[in-house]
Design a protein around this ligand. Structure first.
Ligand code: HEM
Length: 460
């Protein structure tokens, strides 16, 4: 089998480059090798693809030609557990987990989260003061963390929920540095030398979160309440095709998955959206005009239909996609891809970042231009911030809803400005996804009186 070309540098160098600057490394490989190339970032050789036709082939034959996740997903196992929809190694188990997880994320349920998003955003805005500055990421992270905590557990103000929130924030902050990523890729570094060693500290925090989640599950099982509509309650009632409920371990792993996947990604995306809207005055003006055209009584279905808001949302996730890659897919039966014969066991990854940077699809790809999404439609293999096929992001509708409602709420209530409008913020690895390379600070110039800034989220 001849794999697509790729750098011939030693594996350890490839890994270091991959850990330190994955986006520029992928761009350099794209320039040299084109739409398909092979990297050796650990023991496995992985084929990176950014050609829409090849992506279509991979994502539409996901269940037939590919096994459950590739080895790379095991990097998440320490944090999420081995029974999570992201880490399970069995194809049938993955399908079962998805079936159990999907109902709380269907469109109808989604709208019931509108009020939560509205209230939480309002709460964060109420902490801002005219003439003062705030850190955008801290604000968006507080919004998305509280929203997901409420959606998952119902109440986030209980002492246990607050403790989970705080510990989780610490665990994730710690996992975001390149050094922590090196720990994941190099399992021999994962040694617990006591509570003050890096890995030991991390393990103890993680154990504390696990323990609190198991306590919550136990308590809920003891006090079943059929009127609750939070995700944990729905998952406890869910049954698979064989009529079996989820075990405590499965519940724990899925809750961790939703808490982690559901807030970090959306917090970064929301921070990017606020950055671009305030970096480019024309974007902000158009958006404000559109929002004002709705009048005072905004409801979630009108927000969802705003074309320019949708274009800004799409362009935010195009230019610097938070998930730079799809999960890797492991070839099950011999596969012909772009003229290469791939043997079973080969891992194939869709490069979302490179696909979104293609000049042929997105002229001047480094420029933020929401208009592209008004001028043409892109196929799910040309624009794929949430991946696709059998593993497409479960939280796609949730994230979209949350971002749009929070943005409208913030823009209609607050006049903000970037503290440093000249600084160009760039994307950078943040754990296993991407984030901003520097903190974005904003100045609160004006806050509109509460009456005229009331946002009425009608659950239609
Ligand atoms: C802007 C926000 C988000 C982005 C950019 C994002 C992106 C992604 C991507 C690229 C994948 C991999 C898909 C593939 O390999 O085909 C994924 C999977 C996943 N996402 Fe998201 N996501 C976001 C928000 C969320 C939210 C809010 C939740 C849950 C509340 C969530 C839960 C998941 C889960 C459970 C999976 C695994 C699906 C599977 O393996 O079958 N994500 N996401």
């Amino acid at each position: 089998m001849q794999l697509p070309n790729g750098p011939q540098t030693p594996r350890v160098l490839q890994m270091l480059q991959w850990i330190a600057s994955p986006l520029s490394y992928m761009e350099a490989c794209y320039k040299r090798y084109g739409d398909i190339f092979t990297l050796r970032i650990d023991k496995t050789r992985r084929v990176f693809v950014s050609n829409p036709n090849a992506l279509q082939q991979i994502l539409t034959s996901d269940t037939k030609e590919f096994e459950a996740p590739g080895e790379l997903n095991q990097l998440f196992a320490g944090l999420l557990g081995k029974r999570s929809v992201i880490t399970t190694t069995s194809r049938s188990e993955h399908q079962r987990q998805r079936q159990l997880l999907m109902p709380p994320f269907h469109g109808d349920r989604m709208r019931s989260y509108g009020q939560v998003i509205n209230n939480v955003t309002e709460e964060i805005i109420s902490q801002w003061e005219c003439g003062k500055t705030f850190c955008v990421r801290s604000a968006t992270q507080a919004i998305t963390m509280r929203v997901i905590m409420q959606a998952v557990f119902g109440l986030y103000e209980s002492p246990r929920a607050q403790k989970i929130e705080q510990l989780l924030r610490e665990v994730l902050e710690e996992s975001s540095t390149p050094l922590s990523v090196a720990f994941l890729y190099l399992p021999f570094l994962q040694k617990d030398f006591g509570p003050s060693s890096p890995w030991g500290k991390r393990m103890r925090r993680q154990q504390r979160v696990d323990q609190l989640i198991y306590e919550e599950i136990r308590e809920r099982r003891e006090q079943l309440d059929a009127s609750r509509t939070d995700i944990l309650s729905l998952l406890m009632e869910a049954r698979d095709e064989a009529g079996q409920p989820m075990t405590d371990e499965e519940l724990h792993d899925e809750l961790m998955t939703l808490l982690v996947a559901g807030h970090e990604t959306t917090a970064t995306a929301l921070a990017w959206a606020l950055y671009w809207i305030h970096k480019l005055p024309s974007v902000r003006e158009k958006l404000l005009q559109e929002i004002h055209s709705l009048g005072d009584n905004l409801d979630s279905s009108s927000i969802f239909k705003l074309p320019y808001l949708n274009a800004v949302y799409c362009e935010t996730l195009r230019i610097y996609p938070v998930g730079m890659l799809t999960f890797s897919r492991k070839v099950k039966t011999p596969l012909s891809l772009m003229g290469y014969q791939l043997e079973p066991g080969t891992e194939v990854i869709g490069s979302i970042y490179l696909t979104h940077q293609r000049e042929d699809l997105y002229p001047e790809p480094k420029k933020f231009k929401p208009e592209r999404f008004l001028e043409r439609q892109f196929s799910p293999y040309e624009y794929l911030p949430f991946g696709g096929g059998a593993r497409r992001c479960i939280g796609m509708a949730f994230a979209q809803f949350e971002m749009k409602v929070a943005l409208v709420k913030i823009l209609s209530q607050c006049e903000l400005a970037l503290v440093d409008n000249n600084a160009d913020v760039k994307p950078k690895r943040r754990g296993l996804v991407t984030g901003q390379d520097r903190p974005i600070e904003m100045l609160v110039k004006n806050l509109r009186p509460i009456k005229s800034r009331q946002l009425d989220i009608v659950n239609t």
